[in-house]
Structure formats: C-alpha cells, structure tokens
Design a protein around this ligand. Structure first.
Ligand SMILES: *[C@@H]1O[C@H](CO)[C@@H](O)[C@H](O)[C@H]1NC(C)=O
Ligand SMILES: *[C@@H]1O[C@H](CO)[C@@H](O)[C@H](O)[C@H]1NC(C)=O
Length: 514
C-alpha cells in the first residue's frame, strides 16, 4: 500500500527539461548567508528570541540559548514557535532586497534535523517543519536567479564547543563518532537526491559537508575518512539517479524505478564502500516518505540527454562537494582535495573581530587584509576554487563610517581574488535590544548605509589596498619580507584564530563566530 501512497505524491515532482540546463557557481560569487533562519543563533535576534521563550546572555550549556534547549523546554509548542520564525525571518521581501542588491549566491545554514527521521526524539530536541520552509525559500530564490549552497551547519551530536550555530550547546562535541558521521552521510544522500529530483532545488549548486569543524585536527578524529565518504555519498547518489556516471564504477544499474534498495546490489562491489552503501540504503526510505520517488523517469531523461553527448560520464550538473578549506584546520589536517571525485569547492571564513588575526587598529587590519595570501596558498594545496563563505565588517575597535567603507572594499577585493565572497549575514535583528548590531553584521544594512556599493562588483576605491601592500615602498628586500611574513601569517593565523575562537566561546554571551 505504501507504493500507492507514494505514487499519489508523484505530482509533487515535475520533470522539467529546464532543470537539465547545466548550472554552477557564478563566475564570481557575490553572496550572503541566510544565517539564523533554519538554524537560529539567538545572538542575532535577541528580542525575537526572548519572544520565542528563549534566554539571552547566559551560559548556553545551562540556559535556553540554542534551538535544542528551546525545543526541549517547549515540547508541545516548539514546532509552532519556530514556524513563526521561519516564515518571517526570510521571505519574498528579503529575496527582493537581495535581488536589488545584486546578490547572486546564498549559503543556507541547515541543521541535520531538517531531515527529521535522523533525529533520535528520545534524546534530541529540534523543531519539525523546516523542510517546507526551505522549499519555499528555494523556490523564491530560483525564481530570482540566485544560486544556493546548502551548508550542513549544525551536525548530529554538534561539531563545535559551546556554539549556538551547532544547534545544541555542548562542552564535548559528539559529532566525531561513527554513529554521527553516519547520520551526516544519510543527510548528505537525502540532500543530494533532493537537489536533483525536486525541481525547487534546481538552483542548488553545492552541498557543504561541515561548517566550521574544530580547528585543531587532533580533536576531529575520523574527519579525513568522513571527507572521502561525503564525496562518495554525493557521487553514489548521483550515480543511482543517473546524474553522474563513472566508467570506473561499471555499468549503470537498471533503474528499478529509482529504488536504491534494488539498485545497490547491482552496483559493482568495491566502487562505494559499505559505509556509503548503507547510508544510501537508509536515505532511500526517507526520500520515499518525503514523496520523492519515480526517479527513474528523470533518470532516463538524463541518460538520453547524455547519450547525445556520446558517453555517459560526470555531468555538468553534478553538485559541487564543498568543504572548509585545508587551512581552516591545523595540526596536520586531512586535505579535502584528496577526497575529490568530481567538482568541489572550498570555503574559508575570516573574522577579525574575535581577535588573533591582526592588532586591533585600522592600519593593522588594512595591512593584514591587503596582503592576504590565502587564495594562492590554498590553491597550492589543491583547494581551488576557494570562496570566503563567512566574513563581516565588525572590528575590535570602534570603527568610523569612513573606515567601514575602506574595510568593506578591501575585504571584497581580496576575497574576489578567489571564487568570491559570502557575507555573514544577510541581516540581523533591528531592535532596542540588538542595539546597532546591524551596522556591521547586516549586508543589507551595510548597503543602505553606503559601506557597500550598490553593485557588489564595484568598489568605492579599487586602489584601497595600494598604500598597505607589503613592498608598496618598492625594494627587493621588501618582496622577500613580504613572502616571509605572509607565510608566517598563514601559519600563525590558524593557531591564533583557533585560540580566539575557543576563548570567545568560553565567554557566556558567545557572540559567536558563525
Ligand atoms: C516577510 O516578513 C516580514 C516580517 O514578519 C513582514 O513584515 C513582511 O510583510 C513579510 N513579507 C512577505 C512578502 O510576506
Ligand atoms: C525496492 O526494492 C526492494 C528490493 O527489490 C523491494 O523489496 C522494495 O519493496 C522496493 N521498494 C519500493 C518502494 O518499490
């Protein structure tokens, strides 16, 4: 009977030929994060959080300072409370503003709980109903021509220490266990399948494995294997859907109406490891429940299209697997480039406000940003294209309007040397309680106040960095110093930032790096 129910859901899916048009990252990313939407970070909306029943400025391991805690405290009403937030924090009004600001990309932070079957409801507390809002948002973004990076921001067990952005505020992160890595892979397969078969997901160009993994790689055991399994899960799912083919994986299995359970035994042994295969097998019933079925029709269409190109191989519309870049971690980290099988992208986050990056004054900030070498040094390790998926205008000192204009220009210039940039955040709350937080944390407010140019590709002054470049006074020795100091900067930055991150997080208020 289940089959009949499923087929009755088929009208949910249409098989638009338009969906086949290859889509990818824009030539240059001018983006914003849709932060605090589907993963709420209370510090970004203090008044609304109070109204929702939360608490501010308290030790988030003990108070209602995360989605987990608010849901746990309000078991009967949490879904309704979050429903109110999801509909108002990001809707058509915001999409229209993003379009007007020339934004071409958004990164959407998501919790694992958006795949509701992954939540162990006896011990884990998260609101239900987010997927409907994600679909609503994706539909509006697609219509607006804005592409999307789905960012697994808050992972099962929580990947970060005392951070609201992990959805659950913990002292000991539990993500780095076989059980939770596995749940993250099931999530990945579900999101990959949705990205290919649900037409509202058409503008999804990338899926990001893990947001802000712990920087000290000695504290992230198993992460290197997870990187490989993540990529394989994306590609294996695409393979079964007929989106990606790999001659090395053997013959394309018969479609079996898109039934993974029936197809997997026919995929040659050893192409995908047992962990990946199990993840797909567990993703399949979840997709069925979501009404995503009848994949074979789309699959045949894809195969036909591809036959026209001569051979069945990796296609342009495979999603990019993205990761925090290798320089995000220190202590001999695994390199996500080693996991590549098909298109990838790499994400670096840079916040000066938490300390440890540059001395707390204008000159030091400008010198540091203007000589940033990360795009080149990452590329040397295969981490290309690199985008800067989080950054902001906040500083450790009181910044003038004139400085914020320079600061915005300089960061944009440097991040555009890579694939582009994605500001944190598209907006934050404007309220008495929030004070003037929007001035430096809200992109749209920054445009209104003139820190950002109306066209994100423009600058107030494209020579803003010239006076700050190492060797600007030009001499042979200056060049040598520049190379030496940028190497030193690269290695100290990771360590310093990580210290800064752990000390800021220790502060109870945790104006968190997101
Ligand atoms: C979006 O939400 C805001 C805040 O609740 C509201 O003022 C606005 O009217 C909403 N826009 C749309 C198009 O629903
Ligand atoms: C998928 O295939 C398996 C194995 O052939 C079968 O037992 C199962 O009923 C199928 N599921 C659906 C929804 O058709």
């Amino acid at each position: 009977m289940r089959g009949a129910t499923l087929f009755s859901l088929l009208p949910l899916l249409s098989f638009l030929p338009g969906a086949l048009a290859g889509h990818g990252l824009p030539r240059k990313i001018y983006g914003v994060n849709l932060g605090s939407w589907l993963v709420v970070e209370p510090w970004m909306l203090p008044q609304e959080w109070l109204n929702m029943g939360g608490e501010n400025n308290c030790d988030c391991t003990k108070c209602i300072g995360s989605e987990f805690a608010l849901t746990q405290a309000n078991p009967a009403t949490a879904d309704k409370i979050f429903e109110g937030h999801w509909s108002s924090w990001f809707n058509q009004t915001d999409v229209d503003e993003l379009v007007a600001a020339g934004i071409n990309t958004v990164r959407i932070p998501l919790g694992y709980w958006i795949v509701e079957d992954l939540v162990d409801r006896d011990t884990e507390f998260f609101p239900r109903g987010g997927l409907r809002h994600l679909r609503r948002g994706l539909k509006a973004l697609k219509k607006a021509g804005i592409v999307v990076i789905l960012d697994h921001h808050a992972l099962p067990g929580a990947q970060a220490v005392k951070q609201q952005f992990a959805g659950r505020c913990v002292i000991e992160p539990q993500f780095y266990t076989a059980y939770n890595y596995h749940r993250a892979l099931v999530w990945t397969s579900v999101m990959t399948a949705l990205s290919h078969v649900d037409p509202v997901f058409d503008n999804v160009v990338s899926i990001q494995a893990v947001n802000e993994i712990i920087m000290d790689s000695s504290k992230t055991p198993g992460y290197g294997d997870f990187q490989k399994n993540f990529v394989q899960t994306v590609r294996a799912t695409e393979f079964l859907l007929g989106v990606a083919g790999f001659s090395t994986f053997g013959a394309v299995p018969a479609p079996h109406d898109g039934n993974f359970t029936a197809m997997i035994p026919n995929v040659g042994d050893g192409f995908f490891n047992a962990e990946v295969r199990t993840s797909l097998l567990e993703a399949f019933p979840i997709l069925l429940k979501m009404g995503v079925f009848g994949l074979s029709r789309r699959r045949e269409q894809l195969i036909t299209r591809c036959a026209l190109c001569g051979s069945f191989s990796m296609r342009a519309d495979s999603v990019r697997a993205s990761f925090m870049d290798v320089s995000w971690q220190w202590n001999n980290p695994p390199n996500p480039a080693d996991a590549a099988l098909g298109p990838q992208a790499y994400d670096n986050h840079l916040y000066y406000v938490f300390g440890g990056v540059a001395d707390a004054n204008e000159e030091a900030y400008m010198k540091h940003i203007c000589n940033l070498d990360r795009v080149r040094s990452d590329a040397a390790l295969g981490n290309s294209p690199l985008f800067f998926g989080e950054w902001g205008l906040p500083t450790q000192f009181s910044a003038t309007d004139a400085f914020l204009m320079k600061w915005a220009d300089a960061q944009k210039l440097q991040y555009s040397k890579g694939a582009g940039w994605i500001f944190w955040n598209f907006k934050v709350e404007k309220s008495k309680l929030a004070g003037d937080m929007a001035r430096e944390w809200s992109y749209l407010e920054g445009v209104r106040r003139g820190y950002f140019t109306k066209d994100p590709a423009q600058y107030h002054d494209e020579n803003v960095c010239v006076p700050y470049l190492n060797g600007a006074s030009s001499s042979a020795s200056a060049t040598a110093t520049s190379a030496a100091s940028s190497t030193a900067a690269a290695s100290t930055t990771a360590a310093a930032t990580s210290t800064a991150a752990s000390s800021t997080t220790a502060a109870a208020s945790s104006t968190a790096s997101s």
